[in-house]
Design a protein around this ligand. Sequence first.
Ligand code: SIN
Length: 288
Amino acid sequence: MSQSLNIRRTAGALGAEITGVDLSRDLSDPVIAAIRAALVEHQVIFFRDQSLSPAEQGRFGARFGPLNIHPYVAGMADYPAVMEVIKEPQDKTNFGGGWHSDMSFLARPSIGSILYAVEVPAFGGDTLFASQAAAFEALSAGMQATLEGLNAVHGASTQYGPGGISSRKRSSMVIAEADGLEGEFVHPVVLIHPESGRKALYVNPAFTLRIDGWTARESRPLLDFLFQHSRHEAYTCRFNWAPGSVAFWDNRSVWHYALNDYPGQRRHMRRVTVDPWPEAVATAVAAE
Ligand code: SIN
């Protein structure tokens, strides 16, 4: 099986398509290791023409780490770690429709997310990805050194707090309002990837609230600069979905953005999110 794994880069900054593997099968350790190595190298990897039940998607995801149960978005009744991302024709907003890194608002943010397409619109509904490693590497040495000395506070309040962007109602998704219980956690502004050693910016518009030790007002100009810089076209790639497509992205070095350009059409995806192994956990500390 590992001999038939074929990996083709799809863009300059990040992204590769993998063929020759059936993700519904109980894959061997060498195949999983090859997929993991491709994920770390290419930051987001794509598969086509898969057929995954929720159980099979969960089994595949669990080979990379414990599956996350989202604190605010309800999972499937029989598979709580499998989240259905659905936009119905009558819904105005979509889930994930802004640049972000999944779960950076947790003490132990996820390492990756695996999204499987069940039903896609006739056009539109692409997902965009941006390499935060490429974004970091494009900065001057002086700016890099400054950022490496900083930490940032992350939290879910603007997304999942009362009236938050992500907690807006969608017909087929159950999303709870965090109601002040969400907490705040501190992560380095520049994350050193634990598997590759490559440095990447680790702040995002959805969940980064301020620079640690700075007020929100003091943080705004620097964060605005980084948010603008980090989504430059040169650091991005884009994935056009078909039923059976899978994208697996590395949340430690990638932002993503679900484009909402298909009004009146249905889009139905399933996501599992992979947490770090307990021994790989790190440095996140609860903020005051
Ligand atoms: C997400 O942010 O996980 C959703 C991405 C997508 O639906 O394309």
